[in-house]
Design a binder for this molecule. Sequence first.
Ligand SMILES: Nc1ncnc2c1ncn2[C@@H]1O[C@H](COP(=O)(O)OP(=O)(O)OP(=O)(O)O)[C@@H](O)[C@H]1O
Length: 308
Amino acid sequence: MDMPNTPVARLRGALKRYGALTAVDGLDLALYPGELLALLGPNGAGKSSAIGLLLGLQRPDAGEVTLFGQDPQRIQPRRQIGVMLQNATLPPTLRVRELLRLTASYYANPRVLQETAELAAVEDLLERPYGKLSGGQQRRVQFALALCGRPRLLFLDEPTVGMDIEARQALWAAIRRLVGEGCSVLLTTHYLEEAEALADRVCVMARGRAIHEGTVDELRARVGVKRIRCISTLPPEAIAEWPEVAEVRFDSGRLQLTTAEAEVVVLRLLQNDARLRELEVQRAGLAEALTELTREPEASSSDQREAA
Ligand SMILES: Nc1ncnc2c1ncn2[C@@H]1O[C@H](COP(=O)(O)OP(=O)(O)OP(=O)(O)O)[C@@H](O)[C@H]1O
């Protein structure tokens, strides 16, 4: 799939191992100017490791990593990014105003302090020592620090953890505004509604790899799939031939069908099997779909991945 622009951040066949564990397993990922890409996936999928590679915090064992077309450890690309990681440690005695001034001084063309404070909704926290703030307030300050340098690219690793609903929605509004100004954003989140609210594109990771990439609508379309369970005398091989049926399984005496057209399939089942019993139709939610997408395929493959 060709995109017209050059990526602002890119991983090509990136591999990162920690001892015997492969955290990032030949990952290709590209982020384009002005887009918000959400990186989704279960705990340990490799999202933070992928961000660590893009930030130059870790070096890949194989593959290529570029930030604005350059090595991420070089100062020029680093000056154009803002970062909000999961475990930020900041000096607790410094006041928020001081932290913002200090961080802004690293950038060539930072925002004025008032604008940063307003964007991140930290105006009322400016005179408070960082260490005395609540968890949610500290996250807002970390967001302010990430955007104060007017970055072209923002890395937001689970930015709204610990925030109440109001703070979360204010942060979403701020992110939208930044993207509207042309800033690119790489976001990781476990809140699917956050990805739905913000992302142009999502990349679902599992076991260090990208297993699904596309728009939120495309992910939703996969979610649109329903599961039908029933006890039937119809042979599974015959049902597998029905055009609306994507998958047939036979498990503990029950048929389990996957389909995007549940009503049509239910009708055919009822028409063809007068003795059909225990019919159930389940819709996969977004969270369920992600679980489905990222399920460990075989015990053996995870054993291989973590083999000592
Ligand atoms: N510094 C490290 N040393 C050893 N193993 C690590 C290190 N960092 C990450 N890992 C392992 O690499 C794998 C990927 O971890 P990573 O933090 O990238 O996942 P993640 O998708 O960001 O997870 P989460 O959603 O929990 O933040 C995990 O199995 C983790 O235990």
